[in-house]
Unconditional design. Sequence first.
Length: 312
Amino acid sequence: MRTVVDTERPKRAVVVGGGYIGLEMAEALILRGLEVSLVERGEQVMGTLDPDMGALVSGAVAEAGVQLHLGESLEAFEVAGGRVAAVVTGKRTLPADIVILGLGVRPNTDLAARAGIPLGVRDALRVNDRMQTGVSGIWAAGDCAESFHLVSRRPVHIALGTIANKQGRVAGINLGGGYATFPGVVGTAVSKICKWEVARTGLQEREIRDLGLEYVAAAIKSTTRAGYYPNAGPITVKTLAEKGSGRLLGAQIVGIEGAAKRIDIFATALHAGMSVQDMINLDLSYAPPYSNAWDPVLIAVRQADRAVREGG
Ligand SMILES: Cc1cc2nc3c(=O)[nH]c(=O)nc-3n(C[C@H](O)[C@H](O)[C@H](O)COP(=O)(O)OP(=O)(O)OC[C@H]3O[C@@H](n4cnc5c(N)ncnc54)[C@H](O)[C@@H]3O)c2cc1C
């Protein structure tokens, strides 16, 4: 992509797909001075966030100068002289010198299926905790393999390097004659779009509803550093907890520098099966360059705990 941008000097780019790859590409192209449009069939970018948090990201992307076309699907390309000339959506034609498709990823498991290896969710290879497939002597790890979701207690397919590395390590130990297991994932992911950091872990509202669980949601706004400290900026933290028990089910964060990695506190709490009540007294660090005395994570879980106590 860089070679094309450097040598052919395209002026107008159309990115199709508002997931993290599409957004990161849109950022890269804006920074290189291209005019960038992004087409996404959903009503928000970043479909792994709830709509209210996705709207913050949509706003950030638009603020960065990307022309957003939400609720529109790619229908065709116009081609002139053997090159793409435009992207056609249901609503408009967008002239384009270069097109990026960030449309998601599916495991390429045809070969495995033909070999009789059992597939699971989204046609990913079904594996046990040791990364063994259903056929003796064949192991799988990474984007082609399933994971077990520790919050929903269901198999999932999540194509991330974080998971691929851990699964690969476990498969390697077992293949080498050792013993290791990979217990599962909680769905943690981070991304950056210009000055905005975006993070999520656990289940989003739609997934919780699909499981038939009831939940409370609490979103708070705070600052990434003490409010008076230089370069403090906004952070929004949303927490989802089970109604009644207060069990943490998920969290999402959008904010400026310093925001995203706070999601790791929630990810750890999900692994530990903590409730928002358990989290309130976590001994999290504080100094003005890093947070307020009450870290935004603690403010968020207090708010969620109140919602649980009030019955949602
Ligand atoms: C642009 C982009 C950005 C990303 N950013 C992040 C990020 O920030 N954080 C994160 O956690 N994840 C990120 N990911 C996802 C991450 O890269 C993948 O989840 C990870 O690389 C998967 O590892 P893997 O080993 O399963 O597959 P791959 O890394 O895809 O490796 C598979 C290898 O197998 C080879 N291969 C395929 N078929 C055959 C065959 N028949 N014979 C021989 N070799 C074959 C391929 O050529 C390839 O080298 C990103 C992905 C992309 C595309």
